[in-house]
Structures are given as C-alpha cells and as structure tokens.
Design a protein around this ligand. Structure first.
Ligand code: P6P
Length: 335
C-alpha cells in the first residue's frame, strides 16, 4: 500500500513481494533507473550553463539531430543499466540496433530487457521546456544463457513487467508501474531522494484538455479533423482547452492529473504517425491503462499490437478513457 512521503527506496522494498517475479532483480533495475534519472536530472537542470546543449553534430536512426543531452542521457542510462549487471539487453531510440549486455553478463544469466527513449522532447532543451525519459521493461523470452535476440524486444506491450517515465520539469518526477497501479515520486534535489508525492495516480474518466499539433491539421485523417472540431464546438462541457507542449511525457503527465487526451495521429506526411511503438507508446499505454485510462492507434489497443521492427512508428491516442473512446468513434465513422 502506497504511503505518502515514503521514499522510492522504501516503496520498492515494501512492494517487492507483490511483484510476481520476486527475485529482487526488478527492484534493482528500478533502483538503477532511479540513479540514472538523478544523474541526467543534474545535467538537464544546468543545460543552459554548460556547453552541453545544442546539436551533438550527429543524427540518430530517426534522422533527427542528436542534442548533446540526448547523447548524454543515452550514455548514462546504458552505463547504469550495464554496470548494475541486471539486464541482458537494451534498446534505445538513440541506438540503431539493440545492445547485447556482455560486459557484466557474460553468461547471459540476466532475465530483463529494457527499452528507453532517453530524452524525449529533446527539441525543447534549448528553449527551457520540460523533457523526459521513458522506459519499458520485459522479461526475455529466449533461453537464459544465450545472447539476447531481437524477439526479446519485439514483444507486445501487454507483456511489459514495468514501465515509467522521468519528467524533468518544474520538479523532477519518476512515475512508474509494475502492473499494480501507477505511483509518482518527486525528487528532493537537496538530498537526492525521491519521495512518494502522487500515490495511485489515475486519469479522470473525462477531461477538458486535448493535446495535438494542430499545425498538421490539414494532413490529418477525416476522423481526427472531425474530433478536433467536436472539441472546439460550444456544446455541453465543450469547447475544451488545447494544450500541447511538444513533449509527450509532459502532456501525458498533465492530462493524467487533470484529465485529457493526447493524440499523435498518422497524416499524409507521416503514414504511421511519429511516435515509436516500443519505447514511447507501449510504456505510456501500460501506464495509461494502469491509471484507468486508455491507449489506442485510433482503432486498436496499443498493447495488443505485435511489433515487427525496433523503431516502428504507430498513431497514438492516449488519455482519459471517455475522450479516447470518443475519438475512436470519429475514427471508426470516417475510416
Ligand atoms: P511535433 C518529441 O520529439 C516527440 O516524440 C513527443 O515528445 C512530442 O509529443 C512530439 O514528438 C512532438 O512532435 O511533430 O508535434 O513537434
């Protein structure tokens, strides 16, 4: 049971028994994410002060300019996960292919794989807008004792054992689930401790906020256009308010607290949308469902989609259950 002001360390120990794989490895894994989050937070919070912002001069597999903090966050999470000798493999938005963890796990005895978006929304770094880290954790499906393989990463979202995000905002929070609800921990930077500040987080079933990049409006499917117009109509509890930060973690976090829907639909410019299924949509979908919300591609449950590629994209509708279902109605009527 979550008790306010418990530290993250106390919470992990207290709830370890409720996790069906009580080997303690997952607890050590969450602890390693906690450490990496504190290290990255330290750099994100001083990004304007040191020569660590601005493009790193390279691009990732997505063809996006890698910001130095992207590279830094990626290195820190990979280094921490590897050094703690807990995972057998890691996949990252910033890595073309998955990483087989050999250095510490030379006999491939570790059972978990982690998929991360080390710094989501990184285009906001230089303008001092909040960014986040997203992580997704699975148990490997190939035999222990053999090197991890791609199928260990291409699992349906419904197979996740844990997922969460770090939001580096006005305060830094770690929000995660192991399948028993969603809990939010706020970092006290003075002492480097995360405290349970948001126990049992849940999406309100309804909300008044819709988050979408309306600059793409003319490229959206008809169903999305009609849903946006529905949100803007003067009727009942509408018009809604439009809020779009350009940082999935921040928009999701606000909508979970206040109620709302986040959409990144497909468009004539992006035939599968922009967000990646494995390390953005699946972890956020796991959190959404654990928080009484919903996540779909406009038609089907995100966590039922069978992945085929590490970096595949998928349209994403996520948030308050009734709002997602209303958007799905428009999608279905106009498909
Ligand atoms: P656009 C950040 O790059 C991201 O993946 C999400 O965090 C964010 O919601 C979205 O893309 C912003 O994309 O095309 O609206 O700028």
């Amino acid at each position: 049971m979550a008790k306010k002001n418990q530290t993250l360390g106390e919470f992990i120990i207290e709830n370890q028994a409720s996790f069906k794989y009580t080997s303690g490895e997952l607890s050590r894994l969450i602890n390693s994410i906690r450490l990496a989050a504190k290290v990255v937070n330290h750099e994100v919070n001083k990004a304007g002060l040191v020569d660590i912002i601005g493009a790193a001069g390279e691009t990732n597999i997505q063809g996006e300019d890698q910001q130095k903090l992207d590279v830094y966050a990626n290195d820190k999470f990979i280094q921490t996960l590897t050094n703690r000798n807990i995972v057998c493999g890691i996949a990252s938005e910033e890595e073309d292919d998955f990483i087989v963890v050999n250095s510490q796990d030379e006999n491939h005895q570790n059972k978990y794989v982690v998929l991360i978006d080390p710094l989501d929304g990184s285009s906001n770094i230089d303008v001092n807008v909040s960014v986040g880290t997203i992580f997704s954790i699975y148990r490997r499906v190939t035999p222990v004792g053999t090197p991890v393989s791609k199928e260990d990463f291409l699992q349906k979202g419904s197979e996740q054992v844990a997922a969460g995000y770090v939001v580096y905002g006005t305060s830094t929070m770690l929000v995660y689930t192991t399948g028993d609800g969603v809990n939010g921990f706020t970092l006290n930077p003075a002492i480097g401790t995360f405290y349970l500040s948001h126990p049992n987080m849940e999406f309100p079933e309804d909300g008044k906020i819709y988050s979408v990049n309306e600059g793409n409006y003319i490229h959206f499917p008809i169903g999305v256009k009609k849903y946006i117009k529905y949100c803007q109509e003067e009727e009942g509890d509408r018009p809604y308010t439009s809020r779009y930060i350009g940082s999935l973690v921040s928009d999701f976090h606000r909508n979970m607290i206040k109620g709302g829907i986040y959409m990144y639909p497909k468009s004539s410019k992006n035939s599968n949308g922009k967000l990646r299924l494995l390390y953005e949509c699946n972890p956020m979908a796991f959190l959404a469902e654990q928080a009484n919300g919903k996540a779909s591609d406009g038609f089907n449950r995100i966590m039922d989609v069978q992945p085929t590629e590490l970096h595949q994209r998928i349209p994403f509708f996520c948030g308050s259950k009734n709002m997602v279902e209303k958007a799905e109605e428009f999608m279905k009527e106009n498909s």
